[in-house]
Design a protein around this ligand. Structure first.
Ligand SMILES: C[S@@+](CC[C@H](N)C(=O)[O-])C[C@H]1O[C@@H](n2cnc3c(N)ncnc32)[C@H](O)[C@@H]1O
Length: 212
């Protein structure tokens, strides 16, 4: 699967990438009341401009992406000096207050996320096959402290290619995946566009250990 994504990035097959900040991030982030300074984890980040938007609002950002091509493009299209260093399994790129860790999200360890207080996820689930989606929801929960808040934008696709990605992820599945460890609230539903993609916008709060 990693190779498939790396190939996609090399060939420029990245129709999921938006040339602007996601309007639903701009619309809903402030309602989550996450103070500037809180560090935001962005799993499966691609070269999303949403990371810059979050950084501009005072949030240090930690993105995870396994295609180095995506990260190269992100920093080339941004401003400012780039520094690089090694952190365990990951090759880390830093530009301003955005750091992107090049490697597999599932290798990220709780020791790497001790400074994280919030998260933002757009379109991570559609990149993953069903068993990996379960691992994703569980792993994300393990990386976050109780009370961590996040915004998640999931994509449902009525017209699917014969084999994914993108995989279709229904809102019912999103609820099943996340309710064991998160309080989940559906904030918005955007109807299908002409490619058959509709989006659901969710707010999540990581539950504490004793909350059922
Ligand atoms: C559908 S794209 C979404 C990218 C970004 N969130 C956005 O909104 O533009 C999914 C991204 O996740 C990356 N990816 C997939 N599986 C991954 C994994 N296990 N660890 C790190 N990155 C992964 C892919 O290379 C791809 O860039």
């Amino acid at each position: 699967m990693a190779n498939e994504w790396i190939e996609r990035w090399r060939e420029g097959r990245i129709a999921f990438h938006l040339p602007e900040t996601h309007p639903q991030l701009e619309r809903h982030w402030s309602a989550l009341d996450i103070p500037p300074g809180d560090k935001v984890l962005v799993p499966l980040c691609g070269k999303s401009l949403d990371m810059r938007w979050l950084a501009d609002r005072g949030h240090p950002v930690l993105g995870i992406e396994f295609a180095s091509e995506a990260i190269e493009q992100f920093v080339a299209e941004g401003d400012g000096e780039v520094s690089r260093y090694r952190q365990g399994y990951f090759d880390v790129w830093r530009q301003g207050s955005v750091e992107i860790w090049c490697g597999d999200f599932f290798h990220l360890h709780i020791d790497n996320t001790r400074e994280i207080q919030a998260f933002y996820d757009r379109a991570a689930l559609i990149a993953l096959q069903h068993p990996a989606r379960q691992r994703y929801a569980f792993h994300l929960a393990q990386l976050l402290p109780p009370g961590a808040k996040g915004l998640m934008i999931t994509i449902t696709r009525s017209i699917l290619p014969e084999k994914g990605p993108p995989y279709n992820v229904e809102p019912e599945e999103v609820r099943q995946l996340f309710t064991p460890n998160f309080e989940l609230e559906l904030l918005d539903v955007l109807p299908a566009d002409d490619r058959g993609f509709s989006e659901h916008v969710w707010s999540l709060v990581r539950r504490g250990p004793s909350e059922g």
